[in-house]
Every structure is written in C-alpha cells, then in structure tokens.
Design a protein. Structure first.
Length: 195
C-alpha cells in the first residue's frame, strides 16, 4: 500500500505554497502519492527494450540524462545505461511490468515508498537551486526532456525538468528521510536571494 502521508509535514495539502518574497514568486509542493518503479534490463537486448517500450507506450530513453513521456503522462527517466525510473499514476503499472519479466537479467522493483517528489516552480528557481548544487542547471537541464542526478548539498537527488507552460518547474526526487532537510534549505535560500 502506497504511503499517503507527506514526508514534509508543512506541505500536507498537495497545493503549491509560496516561498520567500512574493516578488520572486517561488512555489513549492510535495507529490507523495505517485508510483515510482525501478526497471533494470540489458540495454543491448533490442527485443527486450522494444517489449518494455510497448508496455509503457513510449521508448525507453537510451540517451544519458533524458526522459520520455507517454500519452497518459507516465515518465520513463534514464538513470543509467541499464536502469530507468518509471513515474506513474497507474496502480497497475508495476504488475504490468512485473508480468513481462522473462529472465534473470530483467528486474522490476516498486520504489514508491523510498522517494518523494518535491516540485518547485518559478522564474528564479535556477538561482535558488544554484545555492545548493554544483551542477550547471542551464546546461544540464536545457531541454524539456532533461534530467540529472546530483548532490543537493550532500544529499543525492534526481532533478527532472518539468516546464509545461513556459514557467520553470523542476521535480526533485529525494529519499523521504531527506525531504524535510531539503525543504528547510530551500525555505532558507529564498530569504536572501540576491540577483
């Protein structure tokens, strides 16, 4: 059963909360109720890649630091040459993938309870995040299908660019146990944004 509680207690209504100065209009919310599935398989097995891509209704991305998205808004995020993270609202997504396994080289794991998603939105989010990351976001999250794994201070995170309507938006995938720490740093970081 998927944990339906927010890891960040002050973000418990799944609505955007405004951070810092209203001039900069940085908003944040947590998306704790999303299915997350880890998929591992041999990237050289074209039949296997094709078969899983068919189930997901989108190609498994093979280019580093990219993701694909299907018609029902499921994301398939590249984590490594033989590893992907599927983000879905479909409660049956895990079983569909699990039933497809044919050999020991394929592995499907439900990691929904492990990570939460912190979504930040606003014109100045790259400035805010640059306080905590050594990653050049303008370069590494330059296209609509970009993602990157990095450290947020000392915490490993996955960043997924999510700009739908022209407003910059990034999903930060982090372990649930680190969510409050990341949130506190983001709140603190908005207090002294210096442009």
């Amino acid at each position: 059963m998927l944990n339906r509680e927010n890891a960040i207690q002050s973000l418990n209504n799944n609505q955007f909360k405004e951070l810092g100065d209203k001039v900069f209009c940085i908003k944040i919310k947590e998306l704790p109720f999303v299915k997350k599935i880890n998929l591992r398989l041999d990237p050289n097995n074209k039949d296997c890649i094709s078969s899983y891509s068919e189930i997901l209704s989108t190609m498994l991305p093979t280019k580093a630091n990219t993701y694909s998205i299907n018609a029902i808004n499921e994301k398939v995020i590249w984590l490594g040459p033989d590893e992907w993270l599927i983000v879905s609202d479909d409660d049956n997504a895990f079983l569909k993938l699990l039933n497809k396994i044919k050999n020991l080289e394929e592995n499907v794991t439900d990691v929904s309870e492990n990570r939460t998603i912190i979504r930040i939105r606003g014109k100045y989010i790259y400035v805010l995040l640059s306080k905590f990351l050594v990653l050049d976001l303008e370069k590494n999250l330059s296209t609509n299908s970009s993602c990157a794994q990095t450290l947020f201070v000392k915490v490993p995170v996955l960043l997924v660019r999510n700009h739908h309507d022209g407003t910059p938006e990034i999903d930060i995938f982090a372990n649930r146990s680190h969510a409050n720490y990341i949130y506190s740093l983001l709140v603190d970081g908005t207090k002294n944004l210096d442009f």
